[in-house]
Design a protein around this ligand. Structure first.
Ligand SMILES: Nc1ncnc2c1ncn2[C@@H]1O[C@H](COP(=O)(O)OP(=O)(O)OP(=O)(O)O)[C@@H](O)[C@H]1O
Ligand SMILES: [Mg+2]
Length: 253
């Protein structure tokens, strides 16, 4: 590959080529070829059922790829194993929050920071540096006071915040957030906004799925619109959201 070609590739954290995922007769992702910018906050938008979560599930290895390729940091992959995605520099949050419900808030973070087995993190005292980092992360989402509570006992919004802090604890390049703001009260929403903006300052790759137009406009450096598993539009946010086909896709649902 030429120098120019390499530089061009470097602009993108993830590319997909002819990506396809089918559930029975539904093509949730239909022959999708996109390139996600390496830096800044990129939003994935589209009506319900347009394939947004499926795309993130494929990129993070949560779902197997039926056809096509995912190129991460220049490496072509036909399959991504879920537990391998951090090795590709990827972490993600889920539309339906996933935590270790029967562990404390603090242990939910320590288990990631110490990269030990669930039981190890429960029975061995964590090193001070891990505890300090856990405190920093829990402070950033306002949950340090809740550190001894079981994750299962947190409110819906607190659970979402804890999941975001767990993603941040991974310390990778690429962060995929599936509707991180959904159902959050304004104060919590502002915290999550601040965290995404913090990642942007660290020159990370931030991808988020969102329905709220104000948030999409405020945060997106770049936007992809999906409809029926296909790319409807992409580009700078104001431009994309003003396109008649995009407005129609939203009004049609
Ligand atoms: N595990 C699954 N089994 C069967 N069908 C699925 C599965 N996951 C998604 N689908 C279907 O694939 C299509 C895309 O779903 P997906 O969840 O990716 O949409 P979405 O854009 O995230 O929607 P929403 O905005 O409602 O979260 C839908 O028709 C959905 O019903
Ligand atoms: Mg979804």
């Amino acid at each position: 590959m030429s120098e120019a070609g390499k530089q061009q590739d470097n602009e993108f954290a993830i590319q997909t080529r002819g990506l396809l995922k089918q559930f029975a007769s539904v093509r949730a992702i239909n022959n999708l070829s996109i390139a996600l910018p390496r830096e800044g906050i990129t939003s994935i938008v589209g009506p319900n059922g347009s394939g947004k979560s499926t795309l993130i599930n494929l990129l993070s290895g949560t779902l197997p790829i039926d056809e096509g390729l995912v190129i991460i940091e220049g490496m072509s992959l036909r399959a991504i194993l879920p537990y391998d995605s951090p090795n590709h520099g990827i972490t993600r949050t889920f539309q339906e929050v996933r935590l270790f419900d029967q562990m404390t808030v603090l242990d939910n973070l320590l288990v990631i920071l110490t990269k030990r087995e669930v039981f190890g993190s429960l029975f061995e005292p964590p090193r001070a540096s891990y505890r300090n980092r856990a405190r920093q992360l829990l402070d950033s989402v306002g949950l340090w006071d809740k550190r001894q509570d079981m994750a299962a006992n947190l409110s819906y919004g607190q659970r979402k915040l804890l999941e975001v802090s767990r993603a941040l604890a991974m310390d990778v390049q690429i962060y995929l957030f599936d509707e991180p703001f959904a159902g959050l009260f304004p104060a919590m929403l502002e915290r999550v906004k601040g965290l995404l903006e913090g990642l942007r300052r660290e020159r990370k790759t931030i991808i988020f799925i969102e329905h709220n137009m104000d948030l999409i406009r405020q945060l997106s450096d770049y936007t992809f619109v999906l409809d029926s598993g296909e790319l409807l539009a992409e580009g700078e946010v104001q431009e994309v959201l003003a396109k008649p086909e995009v407005i129609e896709a939203y009004l049609g649902t």
